[in-house]
Design a protein around this ligand. Structure first.
Ligand code: CA
Length: 203
C-alpha cells in the first residue's frame, strides 16, 4: 500500500508541457454565457446571442451582428482583452456565417483584427497585430477566417481581439453570425538564449 501511494505521488509530480490554449473567455457563446465577457460597440445596430451554432449544438450558440447604419462603411465591433507575453507569436481565428436572406444585403464583410498593448487592460497602445476582412464567399455556410500570426512587441502585456461586421452602404443592412473564436500563442517554447547558455538545447 505504501509503495502504491509513493508511485501515485511520483506520477502526480510529472508536469507535462501545457499545450497552447485559447486565451478568450466565452469563445463559443454557450447558452449560459450568452455574450458575457465581450464588449460591443453597437451604435450602428444590434449585437445579440443567437441559437445558430457552428456545430448545431443545442447547448451553445453564436454572436449575431445586425448592422443597420444610416451611413456608408459602418460597423458593429465586439472586443475582448486578453493577456499576452512579449515576443511570443499569436494568431486569431473565428468562424462566420452570412444567411441567405433577402432581408439582408451581402455588401459587407466579417473581420477579425487584434492589437498589442503595454499594460494589462488594453489601454496603452503598443502596435498592430493583423486584420483580415473578406466578403462572404458563400451564404448559409460557416466559413473559417484567420488573421496572420504576429509577434507581440517587447513590452506587450495584453492584446485586444476585435470581431467586426462591416456594412458597406447605408440602408442595406447586413447580418453575420460569429462562433468558435480563438486567440492563442503559436510559440511552443522560447529560448532567445537570454541566460547566456545553450542549456535548453541538446547537442
Ligand atoms: Ca457556439
Amino acid at each position: 500500500m505504501v509503495r502504491v501511494a509513493a508511485l501515485t505521488i511520483v506520477a502526480s509530480l510529472i508536469v507535462l508541457p501545457l499545450a497552447a490554449q485559447n486565451l478568450l473567455v466565452n469563445p463559443g457563446f454557450d447558452n449560459t454565457d450568452q455574450l458575457d465577457d465581450w464588449t460591443c460597440t453597437i451604435s450602428n445596430g444590434v449585437a445579440s446571442w443567437s441559437a445558430e451554432d457552428l456545430f448545431g449544438s443545442t447547448t451553445s450558440g453564436s454572436m449575431r451582428h445586425d448592422v443597420s447604419a444610416g451611413s456608408d462603411n459602418q460597423t458593429i465591433v465586439c472586443r475582448q482583452c486578453v493577456p499576452v507575453v512579449e515576443l511570443n507569436a499569436y494568431v486569431p481565428s473565428m468562424w462566420f456565417f452570412w444567411p441567405d436572406n433577402p432581408a439582408f444585403s451581402q455588401l459587407g464583410s466579417s473581420r477579425i483584427s487584434y492589437n498589442y498593448y503595454s499594460d494589462a487592460t488594453c489601454s496603452a497602445y503598443l502596435g498592430p497585430g493583423d486584420v483580415e476582412a473578406p466578403n462572404p464567399a458563400a451564404l448559409d455556410t460557416w466559413l473559417y477566417l484567420h488573421a496572420d500570426e504576429t509577434v507581440a512587441p517587447p513590452g506587450s502585456q495584453s492584446a485586444m481581439v476585435n470581431l467586426v461586421t462591416w456594412q458597406n452602404f447605408a440602408g442595406q443592412p447586413v447580418r453575420a453570425h460569429i462562433d468558435d473564436v480563438d486567440f492563442r500563442t503559436t510559440t511552443i517554447f522560447r529560448d532567445g538564449f537570454e541566460s547566456g547558455t545553450t542549456n535548453a538545447w541538446e547537442p
